[in-house]
Write a protein that binds this ligand. Sequence first.
Ligand code: FAD
Length: 401
Amino acid sequence: MSVGKTLIVVGAGASGCMAAIAAARENPKLRVVLIDGNDQIGRKILATGNGRCNYTNEHQHPSCYHSDDPDGMWGVYQQFPVEETIGFFESLGILPVERNGYVYPMSNQAASVRRALELELQRLEVTLKLNCRVKGIACAEQGFVVTTTEGELRADACILTTGGKAAPNTGSDGSGFSFGERLGHTLIRPYPSLVPLGCIKHPFKEAAGVRVQARVSTQTMDGKDCSDVGELQITKQGISGIPVFQISGAVAEALAMGNKPMVSIDFLPTMERSAFHGFVEGRLALGYTKPEEVFFGCLPKALIDCVFSGDAPTSVDGYWQALHEITVGISQTMGFGAAQTTGGGISMKEISCETMESRIHQGLYFAGEVLHVDGICGGYNLQWAWSSGYVAGSHAAKELL
Ligand SMILES: Cc1cc2nc3c(=O)[nH]c(=O)nc-3n(C[C@H](O)[C@H](O)[C@H](O)COP(=O)(O)OP(=O)(O)OC[C@H]3O[C@@H](n4cnc5c(N)ncnc54)[C@H](O)[C@@H]3O)c2cc1C
């Protein structure tokens, strides 16, 4: 019997709310306490998907995630996959709308996802402790002692869902990493991911503000090609936009290892070489020899001016190289403040992928971004939060039956 037993969930973001709901549904006699330093649950959820919350993606594959235990991570996902996620939110009143696989709430408002979780937590009588920061978690003879700004709390089991270090203004300052380390877990050095990049001798600085379709490519630490096509944004410091986010984890990992990563940019990704040759030769034949006169219909003027700021190429191949094979050195990522997620984190190798329980301490569970799992852009990071939160919450509650 779980009468009198307490489960504490530290962090009321996406994974913590899901863990608390799954636990309370699984074991109605359990006292579930959800703690957060903010004055509201799910603060980061409000910022997701540009305020619309891209809460999952219909196209799921192990290659959409990055972890030190890819098979284990995928096993967790499969216990609560995208279909379950959509069904879960439908049961909370969130109807899905899908665009190219990306799933949003029909309301188009992230606030409705947050509200759905809030109503369900209330319905299940989960105890919410807001404006309450956790300062430490220690193992006791039985269970855990959680030290908070409001005093000490005792728990029979504890789920750490404190997030990573991305967007620390939403409450996730990385404190969960130190709790995990102090409890004997290995921390894989965290780095910002899904983040804009800063360029060395930024070649397109004068085109800051321009948005253009492009392919960006780099190499991962294990030498694999990694590229994406989409809307590239030129910023004052470098490059941003979804295709840049998609390769930013590989770049950030290289920077963290002290390497000097390079990114290749193709500003006309849909134009085949033969079509390009025909087009440029046609313009040159009409006597248009200035790059702006050749490409004004293909690219924004500010970008053409940057790319061809020196002498114009003397051959069609020279034009091809200038627009399709540009290589820029990356000096830095724009940091955790500008990142959407965290690469690295508590090693998944020390977590049971059946239950999300620590292999080091019985009764201690982890879920969400605090772990070494990060997804590509497009709903995958929230899917990881839902899947891992669900598995942690339901198993922790079963253990306390
Ligand atoms: C701008 C932005 C847009 C994004 N858009 C998307 C998107 O559209 N789709 C997608 O899939 N992903 C998106 N993401 C990523 C996604 O939001 C996160 O990966 C996900 O929310 C992580 O959930 P989490 O519960 O693990 O951590 P968090 O959401 O970070 O929650 C952790 C919680 O723990 C609390 N906390 C931390 N430490 C303590 C402590 N010591 N004491 C008490 N409380 C503590 C924090 O206050 C916070 O509420 C976006 C992220 C950002 C920043």
